[in-house]
Design a protein around this ligand. Structure first.
Ligand SMILES: Nc1ncnc2c1ncn2[C@@H]1O[C@H](COP(=O)(O)OP(=O)(O)OP(=O)(O)O)[C@@H](O)[C@H]1O
Ligand SMILES: [Mg+2]
Length: 239
């Protein structure tokens, strides 16, 4: 006997929400001394809110290049990138940076923390740009740093922190404005197993508790295993 499963739309009476981001036929090349280097050839995938997607691939396969495009820090050479219903290809810089500041949190492979600023101040930077008042900023920055196990390092500057600690400050900073999309480039690259688990717990929480979309670049099979889906980059193409 076959049992008809109700269609999800019929069951809830709601239309399924469109993906938060969609890339279609995306390419990116660079010109170096007159020679064209094709890095991304044909990337097509989407990510919905509430989803954790791991991007894997060999070193040099274009993972950071792809993440920069998703983070609106770089533009594709061709193809389309739609973020939160907005076709980003024709955006002016002002709109592009507002969309980025309001909707995207980025954990960079190289951290990019401000030197001579405390962990608290670093986590507060996106909130300053977003106009969050000082007291709220301070409280939230403290909570975020405590959540990544750095409650005892609030006043330390980057050069006084280990690589893994800096990486955790960078994660706390990325989450400070509760972005719809969290992008993380090897966020566990400099971490031991316990800290790595803590970071992944945080990232997965963002999707489960806040319904954020999370894209995490990783070489670590344990991290990829915990994602809902894996996108593999092979010679600049997504699989
Ligand atoms: N601005 C640029 N100009 C020229 N070539 C670039 C530029 N950015 C990246 N590339 C080239 O694109 C390729 C992909 O680089 P990318 O940093 O995206 O790799 P990746 O997959 O993140 O590698 P890794 O795992 O080592 O971080 C590399 O061969 C790199 O040299
Ligand atoms: Mg990289």
């Amino acid at each position: 006997m076959t049992v008809d499963t109700p269609h999800p739309v019929a069951a809830t009476g709601r239309q399924p929400t469109p993906p938060l981001l969609r890339v279609e036929g995306l390419t990116r090349h660079f010109m170096v001394s007159g020679t064209r280097i094709d890095v991304l050839h044909d990337c097509t995938f989407d990510v919905s809110r509430g989803e954790v997607v791991a991007v894997v691939g060999q070193s040099g396969s274009g993972k950071s290049t792809l993440l920069n495009v998703l983070g609106l820090l770089d533009e594709p050479s061709s193809g389309a990138y739609t973020f939160d219903g907005v076709d980003t290809t024709s955006l002016r810089e002002g709109r592009r940076s507002r969309l980025r500041g309001d909707g995207i949190g980025f954990v960079f492979q190289q951290f990019h923390l401000l030197e001579r600023r405390s962990a608290l101040a670093n986590v507060g930077v996106p909130m300053v740009l977003g106009g969050v008042p000082l007291l709220r900023r301070r409280t939230r920055a403290r909570e975020l740093l405590e959540a990544v196990g750095l409650g005892h390092r609030l006043h330390s500057q980057p050069h006084q922190l280990s690589g893994g600690e800096q990486q955790r400050v960078a994660l706390a900073r990325a989450l400070s404005r509760e972005p719809a999309l969290v992008l993380a480039d090897e966020p566990t690259g400099a971490l031991d197993a316990a800290s790595s688990t803590m970071i992944m717990d945080q990232l997965i929480d963002q999707s489960r508790v806040r319904d954020a979309a999370v894209v995490v670049v990783t070489h670590d099979p344990k991290v990829a295993e915990r994602a809902d889906r894996v996108v593999e980059l092979v010679e600049g193409r997504t699989r």
